[in-house]
Ligand binder design. Structure first.
Ligand code: NAP
Length: 292
């Protein structure tokens, strides 16, 4: 059994990890109050005190649009802190599993992004997450950087699925962006995959990037339509009658987002021996869990 230090334990993935990690180790879950990634001293002290075998960094500054005006904070949490965690992990011989994002890419490709593809983030959030990856590669010894995308979960402060359920109750019509595509991914599947990766890999040697999302591709519009169809079947209260596809230009946001955000899951599937669940199946599972 491993001693596992988890950061960001109040987040979507962080909360699900507390469930999926329990069979493989003792989880010391820390939220922002217990381990603040803006404080290098705090990071060092907590790691030195706990002396974990594995550190999982699921904490991040995840407000993609707000990051455009809070660049210093985004870089402190996403860029600087992971490098410090990696340095401390190396000192005590701990393995680091860090979560990163599809937004390290610019979306100009039209086939799924491989772990080896050239990065080119479009906004502050993506740039700060890329800085975190590079800090780990520079300072770290044994680690996995797991890139994922379009995350939603039953826990945490909010996400696209929960926003749609709220708006679908308040409004009869919605316009949703249809020219950005990606793979909607349930946080529980990420958490489960992290536990599987930790049991399959040789933690004594690994320095790798892996991609994991649910399989299949959808636009935000496709996802919204699917949420309303599944939620209606499950009896969620909804007043929505029509969802209209709109373009990114018609819905301007402070941060530029990639138009094509699909990550190849082949390397991870080869490691685990199975393919990621299809996005719509996982969406349904999540909504069932949320409805209980
Ligand atoms: N959400 C997505 O669509 C998405 C897409 C691709 C990749 N990812 C990556 O997946 C990982 C998990 O994301 P998520 O969706 O679970 O995010 P989330 O729900 O926003 O959770 C992030 C957690 O980090 C915590 N945090 C923020 N600033 C902190 C600080 N200074 N010190 C310590 N903790 C801090 C937050 O604390 P509070 O609860 O106190 O705010 C929150 O609990 C992140 O690395 C993220 O970059 C997410």
């Amino acid at each position: 059994m491993y001693k596992i230090l988890l950061t960001g334990s109040d987040g979507q993935v962080g909360q699900d990890l507390q469930q999926t990690l329990s069979p493989i180790g003792e989880v010391i879950a820390t939220n922002r109050q217990q381990l603040d990634l803006t404080s290098p001293d705090n990071i060092r002290q907590v790691i030195q005190k706990i002396q974990p075998d594995i550190i999982i960094n699921s904490a991040a500054y995840t407000a993609v649009d707000k990051a455009e005006s809070e660049s210093d904070l985004a870089f402190a949490v996403n860029g600087v802190a992971p490098a410090i965690i990696a340095e401390e992990a190396k000192k005590i011989g701990a393995f680091l599993l860090h979560i990163s994002t599809d937004y390290v890419f610019d979306g100009k490709k039209n086939t799924p992004y491989l772990e080896t593809d050239i990065t080119h983030p479009l906004g502050v959030y993506g740039k700060s997450k890329l800085a975190g990856e590079q800090g780990i590669e520079k300072n770290g010894d044994r680690y996995v950087i797991l890139r994922t995308a379009w995350v939603y979960g039953t826990e945490g402060k909010g996400n696209f699925v929960k926003t749609m359920l709220r708006l679908g109750q308040q409004k009869e019509q919605l316009g949703i962006v249809s020219d950005q595509v990606g793979s909607p991914t349930w946080s529980y599947d990420i958490a489960n995959t992290i536990s599987q990766i930790l049991t399959k890999l040789n933690l004594a040697e690994t320095r790798e990037i892996y991609h994991f999302t649910n399989s299949g591709v959808a636009s935000w519009y496709d996802l919204a339509v699917a949420i309303f169809e599944e939620a209606k079947n499950l009896g969620f209260p909804l007043n929505i009658k029509q969802v209209n596809p709109i373009t990114t230009e018609e819905y301007p946001t402070p941060a530029k987002r990639p138009h094509y955000s699909v990550l190849s899951g082949k390397k991870t599937a080869n490691l685990l021996g199975y393919n990621a669940p299809y996005w719509r199946d996982s969406l349904k599972e999540m909504l069932i869990k949320l409805s209980k």
